[in-house]
Design a protein. Structure first.
Length: 91
């Protein structure tokens, strides 16, 4: 499972999200890979995923987008999202 954080250096909510996702990555270890995509450096990737505002976090399962969160959310929201799809994978 992969969590892709579409971010920009000039985006204040993105700056607040960065440490939350870093903590989550440390807590969840190998259950999830967290990637960051700078929309200014990689606009083609942002366009491919239809990203219109930042931060946008997209959860990929087996390489396909399954959930999208737009805007800053509490860390628990991201943890719950990962747990939801981890539970589905266990069945």
């Amino acid at each position: 499972m992969t969590l892709v954080d579409f971010t920009a250096a000039w985006c204040p909510p993105c700056k607040r999200l960065n440490p939350l996702l870093e903590e989550l990555g440390q807590e969840l270890g190998e259950r999830v890979t967290i990637l960051k995509v700078d929309v200014d450096a990689s606009p083609h990737i942002a366009a491919r995923f239809g990203v219109m505002s930042m931060p946008t976090v997209i959860l990929l399962k087996d390489g396909e987008p399954v959930e999208r969160l737009v805007g800053l959310r509490p860390k628990e929201t991201y943890r719950s999202l990962i747990a939801k799809y981890s539970a589905i994978a266990a069945h």
